[in-house]
Design a protein around this ligand. Structure first.
Ligand code: DX5
Ligand code: ZN
Length: 226
């Protein structure tokens, strides 16, 4: 059953702290929370699954203290099952694992749910929609990458929207109300095409934290959805 917030506005904007000033992280998280964000997206990278290293559970714990918004934790790491419990204990509400990193995806999803979080399967731009059709009923959320993961500030890969469209169609055909999120290169100019393809959750790093006024930046993204 949708809560009153999601009834009021169907699109959910998730600023990615990857583009925030990490020296003032708590302040930055509070600022986007006050500016109208719907949840906070946290990018965890291990230098193995992706060619970059970012943060771990202790930073998620710090972010948890700075906001009451849901924390959407995107694990770009190998063997994510080993760390799901630590991230949920640190305050993650949603945990996303890459299907490319999970040979036993069904088990990985159950692990996330048993740890007490909402389960999200993440697909790289080159990964076919069919990889999650077998677990669709088990998922709370799907994240379709619209850049190759690893860095903020990259250009939107429009061909990934075919995956969004296929998965939204599959959800509708099965009567499933799953959040479909896009991540990477989301701006007021690209967000409309992602929404039209069936996405309802939008991660934005540079488009929010790179703007002088966070409230204006989030409002511009919402306006781009319509
Ligand atoms: C990329 C990350 C994204 C990134 C998005 O690997 O998963 O969440 O922060 O940044 P922008 O919005 O700048 O493309
Ligand atoms: Zn991300």
């Amino acid at each position: 059953m949708p809560d009153s917030r999601s009834q009021a506005k169907s699109e959910l904007i998730a600023p990615s702290i990857l583009a925030a000033d990490f020296g003032r992280l708590a302040e930055e998280v509070k600022a986007v929370s006050d500016a109208g964000a719907d949840c906070i997206h946290v990018d965890v990278m291990d230098g193995r699954f992706v060619p970059n290293i970012t943060i771990g559970p202790i930073v998620v714990e710090a972010v948890r203290k700075a906001t009451t918004l849901p924390l959407d934790v995107h694990l770009m790491i190998v063997e994510p099952d080993l760390y799901v419990g630590d991230f949920v204990s640190a305050g993650a509400d949603i945990v996303g694992v890459h299907v490319e990193a999970c040979p036993h995806l069904h088990r990985s999803i159950q692990n996330i749910k048993e740890a007490g979080a909402r389960a999200c399967a993440v697909l790289n731009p080159a990964t076919h929609a069919s990889t999650v059709l077998g677990v669709l009923e088990d998922l709370d959320q799907i994240l379709v990458m619209t850049v190759n993961p690893g860095f903020g500030g990259q250009r939107f890969i429009a061909s990934a929207l075919e995956t969004v469209q296929t998965l939204r169609g599959a959800c509708e055909a099965r009567g499933l109300n799953i959040d479909i999120e896009v991540d990477g290169g989301v701006t007021p100019h690209t967000i409309g095409t992602a929404a039209a393809a069936g996405a309802n959750m939008f991660v934005a790093g540079t488009a929010v934290f790179g703007a002088p006024d966070y409230a204006q930046a989030i409002a511009a993204l919402r306006a781009g959805v319509a």
